[in-house]
Write a protein that binds this ligand. Structure first.
Ligand code: ZN
Length: 398
């Protein structure tokens, strides 16, 4: 699959249309000039710089050029098979192997950047470093390290169990030391873990405030797992940068999203997989059902009020293998998000949230991460499920 050495340093890509990842409409008869891993030109083919006709060009006569996709919520250690409630291998060696395999699956689906929101240790950090060094194929990884979760809270098997205000600061620092570039905090119960109800808050307001304050002080963004309104509101009041799931949103929550600029990462695929998974235990399905029913309604209310959505699959949850980002984008559009904003949610909006604003967009000087999708994406989101080619830092990797 890797034929990175075959790509010349300078290359022109042409297609009948281009989406730049900012939410702007398609550019017709488009071209990209890639030069040394960066984008030297993006726009109408007629505007290519002088001399571009002497550069090797690849024509994709039916395709859309768009930024490499961004999945803002994954778990690389978990493979998302149908057979288990939580498909996380027991040993560190198996988890590393799973992370390498899952990273490649993401890349093959056109994903060039992911945010990993919970691994037992440094697995996601390490696979990200291996990708950056060129040792393994995969997307760039912004990793949280272990999720910060309370005693009796959700996903202790992917987490760092932490209780008390001062301990929250220590947990942030411990994750920083592991190489984390963001922090995941579990602000409510979760569907997959017995104990706290998903609708109920987990941490106290002072605990959340301390965690967010410490993370921001150290330059790390914060993602909060939050399903019920109470936990969503507490996390937003603390100043988190994104809410993960956010299935029950009331007007207070929507107003706080707008006031703080936090993004909503709905992860439609997670409850979808749980409800569809043939071997998921009944008690988990019973918990997922009301949350899934509330989700589309909450999402529609949020985005119609102007809340910014990002695409996250929660890959690794039951029946939710890596590489499902195109389906997540389709779910968001079905739930009322404008198609161009749904594409933005999986490109420019998510890259900005991840602190990598020079990825996820096709513009001059941005990183040359490009997905060539087979079809007219703005007219048919299904085209995202048909990657013809993927370029990463200017090199063809798929
Ligand atoms: Zn997750």
């Amino acid at each position: 699959m890797l034929n990175a050495h075959a790509t010349p340093d300078r290359l022109v890509l042409r297609a009948p249309r281009l989406l730049d990842g900012t939410g702007a409409g398609p550019v017709p008869d488009a071209a990209l000039l890639l030069d040394g891993g960066r984008i030297a030109y993006a726009g109408p083919a007629a505007g290519l710089p002088d001399g571009s006709d002497r550069i090797e060009a690849v024509d994709f006569p039916r395709a859309t050029l768009l930024p490499g996709l961004v999945d803002a919520h994954v778990h690389v250690v978990a493979s998302g098979g149908p057979a288990r409630a939580a498909d996380v291998p027991r040993t560190e060696a198996e988890r590393m192997l799973a992370a390498v395999v899952n990273a490649r699956r993401q890349l093959e689906a056109g994903v060039t950047l992911v945010r990993d929101l919970g691994s037992p240790g440094a697995e996601a950090v390490l696979v990200g470093r291996a990708v950056e060094s060129g040792a393994v194929p995969g997307p760039r990884v912004v990793a949280s390290g272990p999720a910060v979760t309370m005693t009796g809270g959700h996903i202790p098997y992917l987490g760092r169990v932490t209780d008390g205000v001062e301990a929250m600061r220590a947990a942030v620092r411990a994750n920083l030391a592991l190489g984390a570039r963001c922090i995941k905090v579990v602000a409510t119960g979760g569907v997959l873990t017995p104990g706290v109800d998903p609708r109920e808050p987990a941490y106290t307001q002072p605990e959340l405030d301390a965690l967010v304050d410490e993370a921001h002080r150290l330059g790390l963004t914060v993602a909060a797992h939050a399903i019920g309104e109470g936990g969503v509101v507490a996390a937003l009041r603390a100043g988190v940068d994104s809410i993960e799931h956010g299935m029950f949103l009331d007007q207070r929550a929507v107003d706080l999203f707008l006031d703080t600029g936090a993004r909503l990462s709905a992860t439609f695929l997670a409850p979808h997989g749980i409800l569809a998974g043939p071997s998921v235990p009944g008690w988990i399905k019973d918990r997922a059902r009301p949350a899934a029913e509330a989700q589309a309604r909450s999402f529609r209310a949020a985005v119609s009020a102007g809340v910014h959505a990002v695409a996250g699959t929660d890959a690794g949850t039951p029946d939710n293998p890596h590489g499902g980002i195109a389906r997540e984008v389709a779910f968001m559009a079905e739930a009322g998000l404008d198609v161009l904003l749904a594409v933005k949610a999986a490109t420019g909006e998510a890259a900005d949230l991840l602190g990598v604003p020079d990825r996820g967009v096709l513009r001059q000087d941005a990183a040359a991460d490009v997905l060539v999708a087979d079809g007219d994406v703005a007219a048919d989101l299904g085209a995202l499920q048909r990657p013809l080619a993927v370029y990463q830092d200017g090199r063809r990797v798929v």
